[in-house]
Design a protein around this ligand. Structure first.
Ligand code: 13P
Ligand code: ZN
Ligand code: NA
Length: 282
């Protein structure tokens, strides 16, 4: 069924695993994620960025996830990823999203606190939990490009202050990951991550996990990360399957080529669920 992220994240923290969160763009991706999570007995978070929301609309995305979630006994949450304003978060909540992120990480510290707290207060009226972000995840965060070297990692003491003052329910941190693929191998600051997890009292979220080696994700989960976000690898998987199908010029039926894209997404999802250790948890 469709649920909030509260129990999903607290169960993950208690169980010492991370729940995998997958960004989707269309019906086929939503189906591939939820069907694979069901096969693997895994709780799952489906999320959409503002870019995807601009493309398909909150109501359409929420409805697609709800239809699939109603067919499974696994907990499924539908989450706004990188909410870019109070108004965007309010629209997600009004549409029935069961979880939201407000990403004020580009704002000055006090402004990030103010907008995050405002979203927390609003979401509380609907018993929905909120993810915040402190520090700068590299790469392209939907519309904002962060250049290498400009990255600002999360300060553990500030993270503690941020969580306490905002009342946020989970926190995305910057420890060297970036959105998208990497040139070479990303170097993650695990000491910083460990410090943050020690000091901060809410579940910690790792963004930018596409292209991060499995061992590094496992290490982060072992240190206590409770949610890991995957977007780019799923988009690439869908496109790979579709591209292969379309090499045959006789193919014109979307059902035919999307089926292959969906299969590639399902394989990627299966692998990431195993890496996060959230299989057989629900
Ligand atoms: P990737 O695209 O690197 O997987 O990042 C996903 C993410 O952080 C979504 O918020
Ligand atoms: Zn992200
Ligand atoms: Na990445």
């Amino acid at each position: 069924p469709l649920v909030t992220t509260r129990d999903i994240l607290l169960d993950a923290r208690r169980g010492g695993y991370a729940v995998a969160a997958f960004n989707i763009e269309n019906m086929e991706m939503a189906q591939a994620v939820i069907q694979t999570a069901t096969e693997m007995r895994s709780p799952v978070i489906i999320q959409t960025t503002p870019g995807t929301v601009n493309y398909a609309g909150f109501d359409m995305l929420r409805a697609m996830v709800a239809v699939e979630a109603a067919k499974t006994d696994m907990p499924v949450a539908v989450h706004l990823d990188h909410g870019d304003s109070y108004e965007r978060c309010a629209a997600a909540l009004n549409s029935g999203y069961t979880s939201v992120m407000i990403d004020g990480s580009k704002l000055p510290y006090e402004e990030n606190i103010a907008v995050t707290k405002a979203v927390v207060d609003l979401a509380a009226k609907m018993s929905v939990d909120v993810e915040g972000e402190l520090g700068t995840v590299g790469g392209k965060e939907d519309t904002h490009e962060v250049k290498a070297g400009e990255d600002i990692y999360t300060n553990p003491e500030q993270a503690k202050d941020f969580a306490e003052r905002t009342g946020v329910h989970s926190l995305a941190v910057a420890i060297g990951t970036a959105h998208g693929f990497y040139k070479g191998e990303p170097k993650l600051d695990f000491d910083r991550l460990q410090k943050i997890i020690e000091l901060v009292n809410v579940p910690i979220v790792l963004h930018g996990a596409s292209g991060v080696p499995d061992e590094a994700v496992r290490h982060a989960v072992g240190l206590g990360v409770c949610k890991v976000n995957f977007a780019t690898e799923l988009r690439a998987a869908l496109t790979k399957g579709v591209r292969e199908a379309l090499r045959d010029e006789a193919v014109y039926d979307p059902k035919v080529f999307m089926k292959l894209g969906k299969k590639q997404v399902a394989e990627t999802v299966k692998h990431k669920i195993l890496v996060c250790g959230c299989d057989n948890r629900a």
